[in-house]
Design a protein around this ligand. Structure first.
Ligand SMILES: NC(=O)c1ccc[n+]([C@@H]2O[C@H](COP(=O)([O-])OP(=O)(O)OC[C@H]3O[C@@H](n4cnc5c(N)ncnc54)[C@H](O)[C@@H]3O)[C@@H](O)[C@H]2O)c1
Length: 445
C-alpha cells in the first residue's frame, strides 16, 4: 500500500475514535452502511477459497471499507465458483490466480487472507509479508514449531499487521469469562479441562487412488510437503487434516481454539514447559488417517493444570457437549462453549450458601465478524490485532508438542524455549522443523 493511502486509512480510524467510537466495535459502526472512498478501503486477496478462507473473506466483505480484488486457488473449479459468487453477491470482479506468488505481485492488494491447508501457511505468510501485505492467517498458525518461529520473525521484520484466525478472542462472552476468572472473584483457577469429539477426526472411509482432477494443480497443492506418486481424495480437500504432512488432526484443528482460551484465562504468556500426552488410533480401521483418534494430554502450568481429551468418531462429551471447556476455580466452575457459558457455584457447607453467583449466559456469537473488523481496524491504525502472531505461535506449540510426545513415544516432553529445542529428546527435536520438498525452502528470517 502506498504511503498516502496508508495515511488516509489511519486518519479514518483517528476520526472514528474522536467521535467516541473507540475500539473495534466503534470503528465498525462508523463504516457499516456508508460508502467508502477508495483511499479508505482495504483491498483484500484470498489464498485458498474452498471453505474457511471464503467464509473469512465474507466476514470481511460485510464491512463497507473492504473490497475483494483477488482470489487464488490451485483448484480452478473452486476458483471459478467463488469468483462467480463474489460477482453475484458483492458486484466485485476479483482477478483470479492459481499461483499465489504471481498474485502477490499485484500492487493493488493491501492484505491477504490465508485459508489454505496448514502446511502452506508459513511460506504464504512470509512471502506476503515480504511483498508488503498485511495478513489474516488461519489457525493453527503452522504445521510445525519452526514454521511458527519463522512467521513471528517475518511479521516483526517486515512490520506487518498479522491476525491469526483464533476468532474466539473476539467473542464478547469469552472476554467476559477471562475478566471474571482474572478478577479472582471465583477464587483461584486450579484446572482447565478441554475436550473436542467430532466424527470427522477419524478421516473419511478408505477409498481407492484416483486420477488427479483436471481442475487441480496437485504439485502446487502439495508444495513443500513430500511428493506423492498417487492421488487420493482421502488426503485432499478437507481430509488433509488427518495426515501429518499437512495437519495435526483434532489435536491442532480444534485444540488451538480451546487451548487459546485455557491459556488466556491465566493469562499464560510462555511456551509450554512440560507436555504429557498419550494417544492412539483405536477405532474405525476402515477410515483413512494417520493422526490420533484418541488422545489425553496434560500441561502442568505454573499456576494451574490444563488438560485436553479427544475421542474422534464420537460426537458427544461431558455435559452433553461435543466440545467444551471447564474452568475450575475454588468457588465455582465456568462451563463454556461458543454458544455461551454457565457459572456453577460450589456450596459452602458452614455458611449454607453458594460461594458464588450462579449465572447462565447464552449469546449469538458475532466473533467471526468482530475478528475481521479488528483486523481491518488494525491495518488502518498499525496496531497489533487481538490475536497476534505471538499468540498464534504459543498456542500452536502446545498442540504440536502433544502430537510430538505421542509420535516419538516419549509421552513426556520438556521444552527449552530459549534454545528452541526439547531438553533430553533427540527424537522429539527431529520434529521441530519440517523437511521441505525442493524447490521450496523453509525461509530463514
Ligand atoms: N478458524 C476456524 O474456525 C477454522 C475453521 C475451519 C478451518 N480453519 C482453517 O482454515 C484452513 C483451511 O481449511 P479448509 O477447511 O478451508 O480446507 P479446504 O481443504 O476445504 O480448503 C483449502 C483450499 O486451499 C486451496 N489450496 C491448497 N493449496 C493451495 C495453494 N498453494 N495456493 C492456493 N490455494 C491452495 C485448496 O485447493 C482448497 O480450495 C486450515 O488451516 C484450517 O485449519 C479454521
Amino acid at each position: 500500500m502506498d504511503k498516502s493511502r496508508r495515511e488516509a486509512l489511519k486518519q479514518g480510524v483517528t476520526l472514528a475514535t474522536g467521535l467516541g467510537l473507540a475500539g473495534s466495535y466503534g470503528n465498525r459502526l462508523f463504516a457499516i452502511g456508508k460508502k467508502t472512498a477508495p483511499s479508505d478501503r482495504v483491498n483484500l486477496a484470498l489464498i485458498g477459497c474452498r471453505n474457511r478462507g471464503y467464509h473469512v473473506l465474507e466476514n470481511h466483505l460485510k464491512l463497507a471499507d473492504t473490497k475483494c480484488v483477488a482470489l487464488c486457488d490451485v483448484d480452478s473449479e473452486v476458483l471459478e465458483k467463488r469468483s462467480a459468487e463474489i460477482k453475484e453477491k458483492y458486484g466485485q470482479k476479483p482477478k483470479v490466480y492459481t499461483d499465489y506468488r504471481k498474485m502477490l505481485e499485484n500492487k493493488d492488494i493491501d492484505a491477504v487472507i490465508i485459508g489454505t491447508p496448514d502446511h502452506w501457511h508459513c511460506l504464504q505468510l512470509v512471502h506476503a509479508c515480504e511483498a508488503g501485505k498485511d495478513v489474516y492467517v488461519e489457525k493453527p498458525m503452522a504445521n510445525s514449531i519452526e514454521e511458527c518461529n519463522v512467521m513471528v520473525n517475518a511479521t516483526r521484520k517486515y512490520k506487518r499487521v498479522v491476525q491469526v484466525g483464533q476468532q474466539q478472542r473476539s467473542s464478547r462472552h469469552w472476554q467476559e469469562i477471562m475478566k471474571t476468572i482474572q478478577s479472582t472473584k471465583l477464587g483461584k483457577l486450579r484446572k482447565v479441562e478441554m475436550w473436542a469429539n467430532f466424527n470427522y477426526g477419524v478421516g473419511g472411509e478408505k477409498v481407492s487412488d484416483s486420477p488427479v482432477p483436471k481442475s487441480v494443480d496437485y504439485n502446487l497443492w502439495l508444495g513443500p510437503a513430500p511428493k506423492r506418486k498417487t492421488f487420493n481424495t482421502g488426503r485432499f480437500h478437507g481430509n488433509w487434516r488427518m495426515w501429518w504432512d499437512y495437519g495435526g488432526g483434532l489435536m491442532t484443528d480444534w485444540g488451538v481454539h480451546l487451548i487459546d482460551m485455557g491459556l488466556w484465562a491465566g493469562p499464560v504468556s510462555g511456551a509450554p514447559q512440560v507436555t504429557l500426552a498419550y494417544g492412539d488410533n483405536l477405532s474405525f480401521p476402515d477410515h483413512a488417517r494417520e493422526t490420533y483418534d484418541t488422545m489425553s494430554v496434560t500441561w502442568p502450568l505454573t499456576d494451574y493444570i490444563m488438560t485436553w481429551e479427544h475421542t474422534a468418531g464420537t460426537q458427544n462429551g461431558p455435559f452433553d457437549k461435543p466440545y467444551g471447556i471447564r474452568f475450575i476455580c475454588d468457588k465455582a466452575t465456568i462451563l463454556a462453549d461458543r454458544s455461551g457459558y454457565k457459572t456453577i457455584p460450589e456450596w459452602d457447607q458452614q455458611r449454607e450458601t453458594h460461594q458464588a453467583e450462579a449465572e447462565e449466559v447464552k449469546r449469538y456469537s458475532t466473533e467471526y465478524d468482530m475478528h475481521a473488523g479488528n483486523f481491518i481496524d488494525c491495518i488502518k491504525s498499525r496496531e497489533d490485532p487481538i490475536c497476534t502472531v505471538e499468540d498464534g505461535r504459543r498456542v500452536a506449540l502446545y498442540a504440536h508438542m502433544a502430537n510430538i510426545a505421542v509420535r516419538t513415544g516419549e509421552l513426556k516432553l520438556q521444552w527449552d524455549d530459549a534454545n528452541n529445542r526439547f531438553a533430553g529428546s533427540d527424537k522429539a527435536n527431529q520434529y521441530i522443523a519440517p523437511k521441505y520438498r525442493e524447490p521450496w525452502v523453509l525461509p530463514q528470517v
